[in-house]
Design a protein around this ligand. Structure first.
Ligand SMILES: O=c1[nH]cnc2c1ncn2[C@@H]1O[C@H](CO)[C@@H](O)[C@H]1O
Length: 602
């Protein structure tokens, strides 16, 4: 005989006639029916099922196992009006639909307190239910992955327990500038760095590579520098001969300055120009507008260094290399397409700039067959007038026609609170052809009910494919509903949100809720160069230890990798090929993790 075991969750709604409609999921396992225990569990699941309820009337059953179910149901349902049992979507799971008469709410009708044993049963069912909703919970790990997962769980538990005992030791709770190295030395970072993490779907053109690489670019010949006497205003330029003075200030060769000052001192100073890193970020950056001012300042300083054609190409290839070495096989990035220049005075615009990307990408792919690829979202600044925006529209249409497989869509960037909202541009955006997708930044703000968080609503109504940041999303339940229904992924950038002063301690990041209820999300890095983080591993570390639940395991990480390809702009065939390339690396990675077992005394 088979036994019935109520593992299940219950759902309950009030019907129009005031009765309750509820359903139970019932799992049939082996061995004997234990009606007593079944009855207790049913009582727990539906406190309203008490002795005053109307009698059982009817039950329908199909097939032999459902006949068993019917017998058991008799025991429970002498208190309900009507019950129907039907097979559910999974083997051995049945749903019992039932209605029960509504009870007047009165003190005498209050259900009894459960016994401690009953309480423990409800508690375990509650946890089971909650865990089954989290990001990654639908994945079933194979035997090898389960072994690897043991190592992840062990390392994670140790870090979580240490942090719980002394929060000062918990890296994800700190400012990233105080934890960069500590994270790099950790066992979890070691495991995450080697992980094939899929793709990065949110990163900006000129904030991709390591700062070391940016400093190394200043060793190239023909680079000139012009700085104000207090050295606060600095500009770079490549030129064969000395450029004309700017505002009365002379240009000097970087090589000469370096020789005069000594390379160590000079490079340390140069480095500071290209990073927000400081040991005391709380003191250095006063508020969100101030940190943004410094942040935009880096983009302004770095642009003429990178827009020299040979550097532009080399920089992008270096970015692909650093991302690939960090376990990223695909990069979908946003860019403003600044004008490029060469030593002969030629200026390269829009499509010519894209051409340099495409050449660099082809070379990189040829050298790295395991790499999936890279695509581009044209994303100029939102701080523009209508005429400039109309020009953007013409540019993106032209780029899409010329590079249909590389240019995938459109976005607008720069500080959302300080720029124009999406609604201002809705009309021209709606006139764009359908093959230009939107990947809007929206809700990168702490405000509630202002134009910036309401960008979330416009992004959804305009048909965005993904949302950049979406930091304010929890304040918009209808946006939450829409992103699930339409599979609009939220691109989370935890470190960016901390450095740019939306959140101090990433345990408070709204992504925690999105992870807990398996919303469509990906984890990205935004501008890793400017906070001296690795291309993706640091953000994965923060997301896994600081934002996801302590219960989140390898399934969560695997789901994030899968999501990053699933929600990319790769077409159907490209996605299939991409998944294959990722899976090859994933399987090797799992074996590598298992081989590290002895390191963790397992
Ligand atoms: O987090 C961000 N939100 C909005 N805009 C950004 C963010 N990070 C970088 N940029 C913008 O991207 C441009 C370079 O592609 C920069 O000008 C910067 O304003």
């Amino acid at each position: 005989m088979q036994s019935l075991d109520l593992k299940a969750s219950k759902n309950e709604t009030m019907c129009k006639d005031g009765n309750y409609m509820f359903y139970l999921l019932v799992e049939i396992s082996s061995a004997n029916i234990n009606l007593d225990s079944l009855y207790t569990k049913a009582r727990l699941a539906i406190p309203k099922l008490n002795d005053k309820m109307a009698c059982f009337k009817q039950i329908y059953s199909k097939g032999p196992t459902l006949a068993q179910l019917a017998i058991a149901w008799l025991a429970i349902s002498s208190h309900v009006e009507c019950a129907v049992a039907s097979p559910h979507y999974r083997n051995n799971i049945y749903v019992i639909y039932a209605t029960a008469a509504a009870e007047p709410e009165s003190e005498t009708n209050m259900p009894d307190r459960p016994s401690f044993d009953e309480y423990k049963v409800s508690r375990s069912m509650f946890f089971q239910d909650e865990n089954s909703r989290a990001l990654g919970s639908k994945l079933k790990l194979n035997e090898r992955e389960l072994l690897a997962n043991e190592i992840f769980q062990l390392v994670k538990k140790r870090d979580m327990d240490n942090g719980f005992a002394d929060p000062r030791k918990f890296a994800p709770a700190k400012h990233i500038f105080k934890a960069l190295d500590e994270i790099k030395k950790s066992d979890m970072f070691y495991l995450l760095k080697a992980m094939p993490k899929g793709g990065v779907l949110h990163a900006h053109d000129t904030a991709l590579t390591s700062t070391d690489y940016v400093v190394s670019l200043t060793y190239l010949p023909n680079l000139w520098i012009c700085s104000s006497p207090d050295s606060n205003d600095v500009a770079f330029k490549f030129a064969r001969t000395q450029p004309e003075p700017t505002d009365g200030l002379e240009w000097t060769l970087v090589a000469d300055q370096r020789a005069k000052r000594g390379a160590d001192d000079y490079d340390a100073e140069i480095r500071k120009l290209f990073t927000l890193y400081t040991p005391n970020p709380e003191i250095e950056y006063k508020d969100i507008n101030h940190v943004w001012e410094c942040f935009i300042g880096i983009f302004i300083k770095i642009t003429p260094l990178l827009t020299y054609v040979p550097v532009w190409k080399a920089y992008y290839k270096q970015a692909l290399k650093e991302f690939y070495e960090d376990g990223v096989q695909y990069l979908e990035f946003r860019g403003t397409l600044p004008d490029l220049y060469d030593l002969d005075g030629k200026i390269y615009k829009n499509a010519e700039v894209v051409e340099v990307y495409v050449e660099a990408l082809e070379e990189f792919r040829a050298e790295n067959p395991g790499f999936i690829g890279s695509k581009f979202v044209y994303a100029p600044t939102r701080k523009v007038d209508d005429a400039t925006f109309a020009e953007y529209m013409r540019i993106v249409v032209d780029l899409k026609a010329k590079y249909p497989n590389f240019v995938v869509g459109f976005d607008i960037v720069s500080q959302e609170d300080a720029g124009r909202p999406l609604i201002d541009f809705a009309e021209p955006l709606l006139n764009l052809p359908n093959d230009i997708n939107f990947y809007f930044h929206a809700g990168e703000t702490n405000w509630n009910g202002m134009s910036t968080d309401e960008n979330l609503i416009d992004a959804v109504l305009l048909g965005t494919k993904r949302i950049g940041h979406g930091y304010a999303i929890l304040k918009h339940p209808k946006v939450l509903e829409a992103i699930r229904k339409k599979s609009i992924a939220i691109e989370l950038n935890p470190i960016s949100n901390q450095v740019l002063k939306l959140v101090d301690d990433n345990r408070n990041h709204p992504g925690g809720y999105l992870f807990a209820d398996d919303y469509p999300v990906v984890v990205s890095s935004d501008d890793p160069s400017f906070w001296e983080a690795t291309p993706l591993t640091h953000d994965f570390y923060i997301a896994f230890l600081g934002i996801a639940s302590a219960h989140a395991d390898l399934r969560t990480l695997k789901q994030l990798a899968i999501n990053s390809l699933e929600y990319s702009s790769l077409n159907f065939a490209e996605k299939r090929a991409a998944m294959k390339k990722w899976e090859e690396k994933w399987n090797l990675y799992i074996e590598w993790v298992i081989s590290q077992k002895s390191k963790y005394n397992l």
